[in-house]
Design a protein around this ligand. Sequence first.
Ligand SMILES: Nc1ncnc2c1ncn2[C@@H]1O[C@H](COP(=O)(O)OP(=O)(O)O)[C@@H](O)[C@H]1O
Ligand SMILES: [Mg+2]
Length: 270
Amino acid sequence: MTIHQKLRGVTLAEIPPYIPNGNECQLFEMAWVRQLPLLLKGPTGCGKTRFVSHMATRLGLPLTTVSCHDDLAAADLTGRYLLKGGDTVWVDGPLTKSVREGGICYLDEVVEARKDVAVVLHPLTDDRRILPLERTGEQLEAPPGFMLVVSYNPGYQNMLKALKPSTKQRFLSIEFDFLPKAQEIAVVAVESGLDEARVAPLVELAAKLRRLKGHDIEEGVSTRLLVYCACLIDSGMPVRDAVRAAIIEPLTDDADVKLALTEVAHSVIV
Ligand SMILES: Nc1ncnc2c1ncn2[C@@H]1O[C@H](COP(=O)(O)OP(=O)(O)O)[C@@H](O)[C@H]1O
Ligand SMILES: [Mg+2]
């Protein structure tokens, strides 16, 4: 297929590149066809958001992304009455808009949101597929073209912020992890423009640092950070400086840990 051929109305060049780690693309398509909600779990920077935008473009669907945070309440998703020139008017939130118009609604880091969000998601994620809007008295039925996708990072979970089983068990789920070396090298090379031979030691270093997760550092190096690092090197920065700015500093604030990580880095990158 040439890059200019169209797939469901989109040229391939317009599709955000995504290298699969398993059967996740087929699973997504089936979930979409069968109108099932999908949950993506995995560490930060391993490709969850990219996967969703890749699939949305591939399927020719509008995508609404909401980054959830600990202040995000159900009304931020559904909507609220606002004062406009003396009148109170109802303004749809992003979830309501997406249910009305169809397409994919992606709630990133959904565990961060307030508890009342689950109440809104439950009727949307069983076979009723409805979104009750208490304030307006409406009950919206999700059209066949609507799909709910949520993601979370199980590594960040604490007891207060775990997804309840009653919520988890409403979604098909895919576990994401960092790609095997060869594929991660390919991703970082494509994203940064740096050639694969120069990307390879960075991925090697990442593998070493990921083994330290839970000991000196909370999270392993993400693919995102490797892309940043490769971009700096591709722009002409000396490798060691790029590694410090894009890998060591983002991973830790502790001076001793930095020193230890730098030693590991220098053993891999000369
Ligand atoms: N499988 C993949 N295919 C293509 N790019 C990827 C892949 N995994 C990670 N990336 C790169 O890593 C970056 C971070 O991924 P992202 O989807 O934002 O992570 P997450 O949402 O899991 O935190 C992306 O912008 C992309 O450059
Ligand atoms: Mg993301």
